[in-house]
Design a protein around this ligand. Structure first.
Ligand SMILES: [Mg+2]
Length: 332
């Protein structure tokens, strides 16, 4: 046991996009962080909502970016969904697959029979993102669910990141069926549901897992739901203003600018912080004033103490040049 943050945990469960890589490029320091954790004896898992790649393909992608990964360390929402269905229906049961070939493969590997028509009497419909998903297969899914099949969604991410901007994700395609059927999916597997995290922890036989993510509304909420400590890194989607405004079920245990926070003392990342070097916050009712100077993430940790206790984010003011710069930098 060491006093650095990661030393308190036996498993690190990484989200991928915004944590380990950004779309198609590794985030600086990610490969080194994974190697250092391995050297310290910490188990590694990668948990992704993406259902369009198989675990082995994700491992290949990561290794290609210089981030070491084995297939067995990768848990996709497709793999977890197939495993979950297999737990609830007899082996060989027909399952209607709406999604990519990767999802079909996971269903087959789980001992189930992928089908493409409601006429095959599927016991379940599993829906994950696939670029070829269209009206025809969505119609079969609607018919199957209406006939009594259990509806599983691998995840409900509304958008997918792309170099050209956000594109419709599985949540947008789930919304098509939700509208047509006027009901919700029976089971959502991916984050913010806790299943990916709890499965990763049980596969690694971890007693003290740490979830690491870039999104409060998926990664951190999933970790809170799974009863796991979590680290928010500011290299992806959620930013300081989001953290200040986070509701109780979306609050991480730690925050750091990037993965290097794993190797600094835990108390320098814990959120909220009661006091930090260089910054002071004075509260007066539902208003707060930040003054001083120092590391912006320290100011953020300090301010969470007042915003999570009822001060609206809009009521934070600055009383030093550095404080003004930091608040402006966060869009406040
Ligand atoms: Mg992410």
């Amino acid at each position: 046991m060491s006093d650095h943050l990661a030393g308190g945990y036996d498993l690190a469960v990484f989200d991928l996009d915004g944590v380990v890589f950004l779309i198609d490029k590794p985030i600086p320091g990610a490969a080194e962080a994974v190697e250092r954790l391995r050297a310290d004896g910490t188990s590694i898992a990668y948990a992704t909502n993406n259902a369009s790649r198989r675990a082995a393909d994700v491992a290949t992608l990561l290794n290609g970016m210089g981030v070491s990964a084995e297939s067995a360390e990768v848990l996709t929402s497709a793999g977890a969904a197939a495993a979950l269905i297999a737990e609830h229906v007899p082996a060989g049961s027909p399952v209607l697959v709406v999604g990519a070939e990767a999802l079909r493969g996971e269903v087959r590997d789980a001992g189930l029979t992928p089908v493409e028509s409601a006429d095959d009497a599927p016991v379940a419909v599993v829906q994950g993102y696939g670029p070829e998903v269209g009206w025809k297969i969505l119609s079969e899914a609607a018919l199957a669910v209406r006939a009594g099949a259990t509806w599983y969604a691998t995840n409900t991410d509304r958008t997918l990141p792309s170099p050209r901007g956000p594109l419709p994700g599985n949540g947008s395609l789930v919304a098509v069926l939700r509208t047509a059927l006027d009901r919700e999916p029976d089971v959502v597997v991916g984050k913010p549901q806790p299943a990916l995290f709890t499965t990763a922890a049980s596969l690694a036989k971890a007693e003290k897992p740490l979830a690491i993510g870039d999104r409060l509304d998926t990664d951190i909420q999933g970790a809170v739901g799974a009863g796991m400590d979590s680290l928010l890194v500011l290299t992806g989607v959620s930013g300081p203003a989001d953290l200040l405004a986070a509701s109780a079920e979306r609050r991480p245990t730690f925050v750091s600018a990037d993965l290097s926070g794993l190797f600094r003392p835990a108390d320098q990342a814990r959120v909220p912080a009661a006091e930090v070097d260089g910054w002071q916050v004075t509260r007066d009712g539902d208003r707060a004033v930040l003054t001083g100077s120092g590391d912006p993430v320290d100011a953020l940790r300090l301010l969470c103490g007042v915003t999570w206790d009822g001060v609206p984010v809009a009521n934070i003011a600055a009383d030093s040049d550095e404080a003004t710069k930091v608040l402006n930098g966060w869009g406040l």
